[in-house]
Design a protein around this ligand. Structure first.
Ligand code: NAD
Length: 299
């Protein structure tokens, strides 16, 4: 029989809200907290139990799932003076599913260990549609026995869960994912700008090549957005900026060179400075459009 943990869920945004709803639908008792009261209210309407703050939540649960934006948010929610680690009992667990720096995951993991609280870093790939359908790809770092203990929870939120190694390994794997996605989007942008300038229809080009070696999930989902000039998020440019910043910091720490990631991070920074941080990351195409004087979506 599946163990019926009492679950705390902190961070009820684009991703966290549907993930918490799926846990409620799977009949778990779910206690929720977000700094935005409106987000708590929405989840309570779906059957969650509201808490006053992270510490109040920590007193009530066996395991806490975190889904906040970045490293600073995770530190605030977990290890700050107001953090959930202050009130969690010994033997409980924190599963941080936010995409944050692996170095910060390792720091949080060590502090949890001192309090005899288990820690997993378990970021996801798939975006809002997969969060809603419970089909996320989940990559997990931490102790393997703790990963195994919570497989039933991962199964509710994701279609795949892979144990990647010790604390931080989940977020290192997520960085690998984000480097590949960024390079794919940038290459796709250059390919469509070139095709458009040559007088071709970008949709015809996509149709011709998507079944070949260049075909990818990025091409299938982001190509049509570029062809239509529709950059409604999806995954926001500013979140990808955060991920590439973390990749570059981790590369510096490890002494490896990832030059193309650095270049794309600079393109993204210029887009954020132009006020496009909340656009979908397919909007990287507009950087290439602007330096070439070509608009992919123009009739
Ligand atoms: P979001 O901004 O929509 O949600 C984050 C939520 O966390 C917000 O509701 C915010 O109020 C809350 N929050 C922040 N700090 C808090 C704190 N200290 N205590 C309580 N609540 C706090 O972000 P999102 O799009 O849901 O992304 C969450 C994470 O998932 C990010 O790390 C992101 O990179 C990753 N991710 C997002 C997507 C996507 O498509 N949106 C896809 C894969 C991974």
């Amino acid at each position: 029989m599946t163990e019926q943990f009492k679950i705390g869920f902190i961070g009820l945004g684009i991703m966290g809200a549907p993930m918490a709803k799926n846990l409620i639908n799977a009949k778990y008792e779910v206690y929720v907290y977000d700094i935005r009261q409106e987000s708590i209210k929405n989840l309570v309407e779906s059957g969650a139990i509201a808490t006053k703050n992270s510490q109040d939540l920590g007193e009530k649960v066996d395991v806490v799932v975190i889904m906040v934006q970045d490293s600073a948010n995770s530190e605030e929610a977990i290890i700050s003076d107001n953090g959930v680690l202050n009130t969690l009992k010994k033997g409980t667990t924190i599963i941080d599913m936010s995409s944050i720096s692996p170095l910060v995951s390792q720091k949080i993991s060590k502090l949890c260990e001192q309090k005899e609280v288990d820690f997993l870093d378990a970021p996801v790939s798939g975006g809002e549609p997969m969060a809603i359908s419970g089909d996320l790809a989940i990559m997990v770092g931490g102790k393997e026995n703790v990963f195994k203990k919570f497989e039933s929870i991962f199964d509710v939120m994701g279609k795949s869960k892979v144990y990647c190694g010790k604390a931080g390994a989940g977020n290192t794997t997520k960085l690998a994912n984000q480097i590949i996605v960024a390079a794919n989007i940038e290459g796709l942008s250059e390919a469509l700008v070139l095709s458009k300038k040559a007088g071709l229809d970008p949709k015809v080009v996509l149709n011709a090549i998507q079944g070949g070696l260049a075909g990818s999930t990025v091409m299938n989902t982001k190509g049509p957005m570029m062809a239509d000039g529709n950059f409604t998020p999806g995954f926001r440019i500013k979140l990808h900026q955060k991920d590439l910043n973390n990749a570059l910091m981790t590369a510096k720490e490890l002494g490896v060179s990832i030059p193309v990631t650095g270049l794309i991070q600079q393109m993204i920074t210029s887009l954020v400075n132009e006020g496009k941080g909340d656009w979908d990351h397919s909007g990287i195409a507009t950087f290439i459009e602007n330096i070439s004087g070509v608009k992919i979506s123009e009739d």
